[in-house]
Ligand binder design. Structure first.
Ligand code: PMP
Length: 404
């Protein structure tokens, strides 16, 4: 572990070292079965018990109500861009069998690259028919009229009366914008503006903030989903929290004219078979389970909320300092900044290169911003420690002093 660096990468990203050490043992011998975790049958009673346990820890940590199921699938966030559309269009068909296809509206809140990608997939799956409503687009509220640098004001949202789904991305990993989690804050998700129907088809992509802090109004969501590969574990596992009325018979919907749903994307078989209608990503479930057990011992999501709050405060503060000295430039509007991914620019010719090279010399990697945004991106996922954050902040202070 001596050779390991501080990994501020955006995903896949740092995992706790103690978990990796334990996982190395499990690769050789899982829970005293004499068989390694990548080799054991997912139908074995040991793995069956393990995945149940994992599910229970998530339920307890996030206080998931009994109205919702926890499902483990594959396909990543991208798989869910498609799956949420297909499953919720099927649900809408069962609720309103006679509505023409092009009157099934899907509301998308677009605040960054990932929600835009999800909206693009919804458009693609609707075969170009006019059924997408962009409920808000943050670019219209940005400093330059084209950047994803903000969570739009509540006055910007226009939701439909009875959409098949309402979609948002809670934390935009690339752009570094995130909805505030204090209910009612100006940059919180505008729950109060949603149609007043019960059982709203509200979908949230929590890929890059899952388990970093509690989920506001979890019970009001139809689907919350997250790829594991940021705060929870390795890539290959996707975690879904689905309200039970959204687990529908997609074949019955197809008989009424809904788009057929590929079997690996339908939620019902996963719900019926404890997430194992087919082979789950056994190794990813295992490592994610170890991470969640460790979380629980540390004090769970409340613990991480407190630590993550301090980590991001420290980094935003030093970025502000750098701005005041003309060395750094924040890229996100105040109040919209992400706790998990902090995006800023370095001012001046070659300065960004000097910043990255200096960081690397000190054993800090993964700081280069996404190619679509440029600049620096500091990802502060759960496994990035407060000490590592302090070291980064100290480095940034030094850098500012040198460049100012
Ligand atoms: N949504 C968000 C918020 C993400 O950060 C990512 C990946 N970084 C995705 C979706 C896409 O996930 P995947 O790569 O697992 O398909």
């Amino acid at each position: 572990t001596e050779s390991r660096v501080a990994n501020f990468g955006a995903g896949p990203s740092a995992l706790p070292e103690s978990v990796l050490t334990e996982a190395a043992q499990g690769l050789l011998n899982f829970n005293n079965t004499g068989i390694g975790i990548a080799e054991i049958s997912h139908r074995s009673k040991e793995f069956g018990a393990y995945i149940k346990d994992f599910e229970e820890i998530i339920r307890e940590q996030l206080d998931v109500p009994s109205t919702h199921s926890i499902l483990f699938v594959q396909g990543g966030g991208t798989g869910q861009f498609s799956a949420v559309v297909l499953n919720l269009l099927a649900r809408h068909r069962l609720l309103h069998p006679d509505l023409p296809y092009d009157q099934r509206i899907m509301d998308y809140v677009v605040t960054g690259s990932w929600s835009k990608a999800a909206a693009d997939e919804a458009r693609r799956l609707s075969a170009g028919k006019a059924m997408l409503n962009i409920a808000a687009d943050a670019r219209g509220h940005s400093a330059d009229g084209k950047s994803f640098d903000n969570i739009p004001p509540h006055s910007a949202y226009k939701f439909s009366a009875d959409p098949a789904l309402i979609y948002y991305c809670e934390n935009e990993t690339v752009n570094g914008v995130q909805f505030a989690h204090e209910d009612g804050a100006p940059t919180a998700f505008p729950f109060h503006l949603l149609p007043k129907n019960t059982l709203l088809p509200l979908v949230a992509d929590y890929s890059s903030s899952f388990m970093s802090r509690p989920i506001p109004r979890l019970a009001d969501h139809a689907i919350v989903y997250a790829g594991a590969q940021k705060n929870v574990g390795p890539a290959g596992l996707t975690i879904l929290i689905v309200r039970n009325d959204c687990i529908v018979d997609v074949d019955a919907a197809a008989r009424l004219g809904a788009v057929p749903v590929p079997i690996g994307m339908a939620y019902a078989p996963y719900a019926k078979n404890d997430s194992m209608p087919n082979t789950p990503p056994v190794l990813a479930v295992y490592i994610s389970g170890l991470v969640m057990k460790r979380n629980q011992e540390l004090g769970g999501v409340a613990y991480y909320e407190a630590v993550n709050r301090r980590k991001q405060e420290k980094v935003y503060e030093v970025v502000k300092e750098g701005e005041a000295k003309g060395v750094l430039r924040g890229k996100v509007k105040e109040g919209s900044g992400s706790w998990m991914n902090i995006v800023f620019g370095v001012v001046g010719d070659g300065a960004e290169g000097r910043f990255l090279a200096g960081a690397e010399k000190k054993g800090m990697k993964g700081l280069k911003g996404h190619r679509s945004v440029g600049g620096i991106r500091v990802s502060l996922y759960n496994a990035v420690t407060e000490e590592q954050t302090d070291e980064l902040v100290a480095y940034i202070k030094e850098f500012i002093a040198e460049e100012a």
